[in-house]
Design a protein. Structure first.
Length: 175
């Protein structure tokens, strides 16, 4: 009987070790008023999508916030937001459990550094798409590594027909 359980546990451990890093990937949400109109941002979307499988874009703060709030609290997202919209959305969504990390994409890094220090989920201010992708890839691989290294919890139960039968007899006599 124990050999059977060892095979099950071994198979489960093998599955965990071979897990695809994208299977634990958090969806990316990109909020920028120019995300669908500027050629630079459209090319940025293509670049991000070439290496990150799930990207949803928003031009409107309210629609983005509604979407984030509609996500299950068991799910996590990574938010990319323009410096122009960051001051509006970050205070509104920072405390949501769904929000794992926030990256601010902007042209001038020094202009935002002071006010964001109060928001621990803001991981960085980036100016280049390649830099942004590298940081998100690193964060995702680190998260996947942490999930694979977590202990695997398995509960084993053995049914005992005699025990169940004796309980049924006792319950019938009690009633």
């Amino acid at each position: 009987m124990m050999k059977k359980y060892r095979r099950i546990i071994g198979a489960a451990m093998k599955y965990v070790k071979q897990a695809d890093p994208n299977s634990h990937a958090y969806p990316l949400i990109w909020l920028d008023s120019l995300v669908n109109t500027s050629l630079k941002y459209i090319n940025g979307q293509k670049l991000i999508r070439s290496s990150i499988d799930h990207l949803k874009v928003f031009e409107n703060v309210n629609k983005c916030e509604v979407y984030i709030r509609s996500i299950s609290q068991d799910e996590r997202i990574i938010l990319i937001v323009s410096d122009k919209l960051a001051r509006e959305i970050i205070p509104r969504i920072h405390e949501l459990r769904q929000v794992s990390s926030i990256y601010i994409h902007c042209l001038g890094k020094s202009t935002n550094e002071k006010w964001i220090k109060q928001y621990k989920k803001v991981k960085d201010i980036v100016t280049q798409f390649n830099q942004l992708i590298d940081k998100i890839r690193f964060e995702r691989s680190k998260r996947c590594q942490n999930q694979v290294n977590e202990p695997l919890s398995i509960s084993l139960f053995q049914t005992n027909a005699y025990h169940e039968q004796s309980n049924n007899i006792f319950n019938d006599q009690f009633i």
